[in-house]
Ligand binder design. Structure first.
Ligand SMILES: C[S@@+](CC[C@H](N)C(=O)[O-])C[C@H]1O[C@@H](n2cnc3c(N)ncnc32)[C@H](O)[C@@H]1O
Ligand SMILES: [Zn+2]
Length: 285
């Protein structure tokens, strides 16, 4: 099988070895005990432990496993199913979740595609996150997928090698995404809609502000054309302090709010709120 991975040092293809990956120039990257491979070069790290920390990852894992975001994941999966059905592929499809966190969305996607019209197609699943804690947790979800510690700013894939790139609430690098997608490739970008987390936001900001509209379409316009937008909009009732705090820890508010506001949220043992998320598909120009 030809490799689609790229050596982060010399940019040549990386091939699988018994212990991990290697390129023709003999740069080697061993798999960690847990099964993932670290392709983030030490001098490209901007901090000692970049990305989400273990507490944030644990919160995300606990919260997502409660199923509150399953309807959102269903919308993402249906969108991807439709996007893939438009791709006439030779033999197999290669998918990447860039900024995959602890792997929830990729695991759900794999389960959904195994039931759909793509069930007969071999699909290679890849997940990348800059946080090694996140990738460790993701590996636990499904060891048959390829999980890497790497940055969206230097993705370890060859040019024009992927059929679809998924980005869920994660940072983007449009030129890098365009580089690794095939000409027929699709970018699926998932971001908060106007009412997302209303209910929590009213507590945090006494005067609730509308979410700013996503700027992705404008940012991507040189390299990507918008194709479709789907919206996942429903209400949740959180049932405990743990659930409320876990959700808070998944949001940027966790870092931005002051201590008294955090204490106010921490005292809530029940919370009703909106989920409002947009799932955009882009084609390459
Ligand atoms: C808000 S979380 C979303 C995670 C996951 N997609 C989800 O929705 O559950 C953002 C993720 O982006 C990761 N991240 C931040 N900067 C990154 C970068 N430069 N490259 C790759 N991942 C990055 C963080 O470690 C974190 O896991
Ligand atoms: Zn190399």
């Amino acid at each position: 099988m030809t490799s689609i991975l790229q050596c982060p040092v010399c940019r040549q293809p990386l091939v699988r070895t018994a212990s991990g990956y290697q390129c023709a120039a003999m740069h080697t990257f061993d798999a960690a005990r847990q099964g993932y491979v670290n392709l983030l070069l030490a001098h490209k790290k901007h901090s000692k432990e970049p990305g989400d920390d273990p507490a944030m990852i644990q919160s995300r894992r606990r919260f997502l496993d409660l199923g509150y975001y399953n309807p959102l994941s269903d919308t993402i999966n249906a969108t991807i199913g439709t996007a893939l059905s438009g791709l006439v592929s030779g033999s197999s499809l290669s998918l990447l979740d860039a900024g995959c966190g602890e792997g929830f969305y990729l695991q759900c996607l794999k389960a959904a595609l195994a039931q759909g019209s793509q069930a007969h197609l071999p699909i290679d699943y890849h997940g990348v996150d800059v946080s090694k804690f996140a990738v460790r947790q993701a590996t636990q979800r499904d060891r048959s997928m390829a999980w890497f510690v790497a940055s969206i700013n230097d993705l370890p894939f060859l040019d024009s090698s992927l059929d679809l790139l998924l980005s869920v609430f994660a940072p983007v690098n449009i030129p890098e995404f365009a580089r690794i997608l095939k000409p027929t490739g699709r970018l699926v970008f998932v971001s908060p809609g106007p009412k997302h987390l209303n209910g929590l936001r009213e507590i945090i900001y006494p005067v609730t502000r509308e979410h700013e509209e996503s700027t992705i379409t404008a940012k991507a316009k040189e390299l990507f054309a918008p194709a479709t937008v789907a919206r996942s909009n429903y209400q949740l009732e959180l049932q405990s302090r743990q659930e409320v705090m876990d959700l808070l820890a998944m949001t940027p508010y966790y870092w931005n709010i002051d201590q008294p506001t955090k204490a106010k949220v921490a005292a809530l043992d029940h919370l009703g709120l909106d989920v409002d998320v947009e799932v955009r598909v882009f084609t390459k120009k």
